[in-house]
Design a protein around this ligand. Structure first.
Ligand code: SF4
Length: 613
């Protein structure tokens, strides 16, 4: 393996943030004499990638396999990419400065749709052919995986294989299959055929998509069922995380306490595709938090999940951690809170006197629309929670809403402003008159993007023009003082919607836009909608047919061959219930609502999670 360091070091003086490109951070691993290298590549900048939990989980899992060296690479910022190209230096891994094109396995995370152009930047800088069909036996195996894998088609031609679902157990099987194939002298196509037999692995080149319905060839299954780690306690979370030299987006230790969510919010793809709910035990969480803090020196730990407040043992965990961490200056944080008084009590317990970070997500402004999306939060609950928070000393909270939800009317949009006014009034009534002037409510409003595998997967996305009109209605409805309002750019949401529900035809569009300069599209200052519209036109793809059209529920869908365990009948019923504004209860503490995940995936039906109110 080549060591590119002597050629990389001279470039660092002329780029921004050179710490993005150097190794030897605390916790980075350097196995001696590995015979198999894996480059885990996050398709965005170092400071975002280093906050990604999946990357650190896979890094530790790979390190446990004898002879395997896990290494990391990130997308170089434009200045570094220019230096690399100008000096004919390929993309390299941080740990050993090995060219990414020389590793055995290249694993690229698919965290969000707006990173798709960066996938091509990675492959091109690594000197790897962009399309799987053009690669030879000497190229690394290019694997994908992550949240966007649940509709992999827009990027499918760029990958040799894509893992659908949880990676903790599958990664060792993938490495073993690849190693065994190579030891036997198997060709690249024979190795891919063997990988198609690994549970959860999708090999795009083995599917005929011409009829609009995926048909597996040469033994590939017609439907690929997602991989599920049935017991979260069976795999220890990373307790010796890499500690970056530079600031990263979440500069703290993270421990995943819960996977999946059974609340059934109809807009939420993660809540649907990561079912069923699996908890890590409180004993293991407390043990691993303490071990991780000891190893990393972090001063904050975040207990992460889609809905951490739903962990049945959360009170016990927080009480034990508070006791063990008392006087250490270390704080515990939760990424999201339920809209209830208990959440405020928890925030008080965690904050140790500090009054930061209270965020709630009512999502919609009227009860009717909250019922449509199955967000079981009432105005009374929200106002009671606000009263409790401001009475307890908070003077600022953040609220998340969406516009563009199915069935939304202008009355619903104005309902956001009316609800924020009530929140403001309640907050003011809850504090002494002298403190009322300091009250601020941050209101963040995103645009709803229908996603695959949700009850709204057939719905039309609101057009960018209509989004901009509704944003003006929203602005007009907001209280004039005491509120900081922000929203997402309509063009970004539109393109996200195209990628979220498009098919393989989008691969040409992505390549066209990348060749025209698209990079870092998730960064506002880098995003250029005009470049993408030109690429869509050049490739003859009508984006409104993908994003803005209501689909028939019997129509074949580009992700129809990806089986996350949910039954289509359940999604149709949930869609009907949404139309009638009928809510569906949470199956963890009520009865099974028949989504199909537990029986399909062979998991015991989860009932009576306990501890939840
Ligand atoms: S099968 Fe039933 S218990 Fe299991 S996740 Fe679905 S609704 Fe919940």
């Amino acid at each position: 393996m080549s060591d590119l360091w002597p050629r990389i070091e001279p470039l660092l003086a002329s780029v921004e943030r050179p710490a993005r490109y150097i190794d030897r951070e605390w916790g980075a691993l350097h196995p001696i004499d590995p015979d198999y290298r894996v480059a885990l590549v996050y398709p965005d900048a170092y400071e975002l990638g280093m906050a990604n939990q999946a990357l650190s989980i896979l890094y530790e899992r790979l390190a446990a396999i004898p002879g395997v060296a896990p290494e990391r690479a990130f997308v170089p910022w434009r200045d570094m990419a220019e230096q690399l190209r100008g000096n004919d230096v390929p993309l390299f891994t941080l740990e050993s400065c090995t060219p990414v094109g020389e590793v055995d396995l290249l694993g690229i995370t698919l965290p969000y749709e707006m990173t798709y152009s960066n996938i091509l930047e990675i492959l091109d800088l690594a000197g790897i052919p962009l399309r799987s069909d053009d690669r030879s036996d000497s190229d690394p195996l290019v694997f994908g995986g992550g949240p966007c894998a649940f509709n992999p088609e827009p990027v499918a031609p760029f990958f040799d294989a894509i893992l659908i679902g949880d990676g903790e157990e599958a990664i060792a099987e993938i490495v073993a299959t690849h190693r065994a194939g190579r030891a036997a002298g198997a060709s690249r196509s024979a190795i891919l055929a063997a990988l198609a037999g690994v549970s959860g692995v999708y090999v795009p080149s083995m599917y005929d998509m011409t009829s609009g319905v995926a048909v597996g060839r040469d033994g590939a299954p017609d439907r690929v069922t997602k991989r599920v780690l049935a017991d979260l306690d069976s795999v220890r979370p990373p307790v010796s995380p890499i500690v970056p030299f530079m600031d990263v987006v979440h500069d703290r230790m993270t421990i995943e306490v819960l996977r999946g969510c059974s609340r059934g919010c109809r807009f939420c793809q993660a809540g649907m595709v990561y079912r069923p709910v699996r908890e890590r035990s409180s004993d293991n969480i407390v043990r691993d938090v303490l071990a991780g803090l000891w190893c990393s020196g972090h001063e904050e730990v975040s207990l992460t999940s889609l809905s951490t407040a739903d962990h049945s043992q959360l009170e016990d965990i927080l009480r034990r951690l508070s006791r063990r961490l008392e006087g250490s200056g270390i704080s515990v944080s939760l990424p999201s809170l339920r809209v209830d008084a208990f959440s405020v009590d928890m925030a008080r317990m965690l904050g140790g006197g500090r009054k930061t970070g209270l965020t709630f997500a009512p999502e919609a402004g009227t009860q009717r629309l909250r019922d449509v999306i199955n967000k079981n939060v009432t105005e009374e609950q929200l106002l009671a929670t606000v009263h409790k928070a401001f009475s307890a000393g908070w003077h600022r909270i953040k609220l998340y809403f969406m516009i563009g939800l199915p069935t939304e009317t202008d009355e619903d949009v104005r309902g956001i402003g009316a609800l924020v006014q009530k929140v403001l009034d309640t907050a003011r009534e809850s504090v002494e008159p002298a403190k009322r002037g300091g009250i601020r409510i941050s209101v963040s409003v995103s645009t709803f993007v229908p996603k695959s595998h949700t009850p709204f997967q057939w719905d039309a996305q609101v057009t960018p023009e209509e989004v901009r009109r509704r944003q003006e209605v929203l602005r007009g409805s907001m209280p004039k003082r005491g509120v900081d309002l922000s929203w997402h750019a309509s063009g970004v949401s539109f393109l996200e919607g195209v990628f979220a529900r498009g098919g393989r035809e989008l691969a040409d569009v992505i390549e066209h836009a990348w060749r025209a300069g698209a990079r870092y599209d998730a960064w506002t200052e880098e995003f250029d909608l005009g470049r993408w519209i030109s690429a869509l036109e050049a490739c003859g793809v009508d984006p409104s047919r993908i994003a803005s059209r209501e689909r028939d529920t019997g129509e074949p869908l580009p992700w129809g061959h990806i089986d996350v365990g949910l039954s289509v009948a359940y999604l149709r019923i949930e869609r009907e219930r949404a139309r009638e504004a009928i809510t569906t209860p949470d199956c963890t503490f009520d009865e099974c609502t028949g989504c199909g995940v537990c029986p399909t995936l062979g998991v015991d039906v989860i009932l009576g999670g306990g501890g939840r109110e």
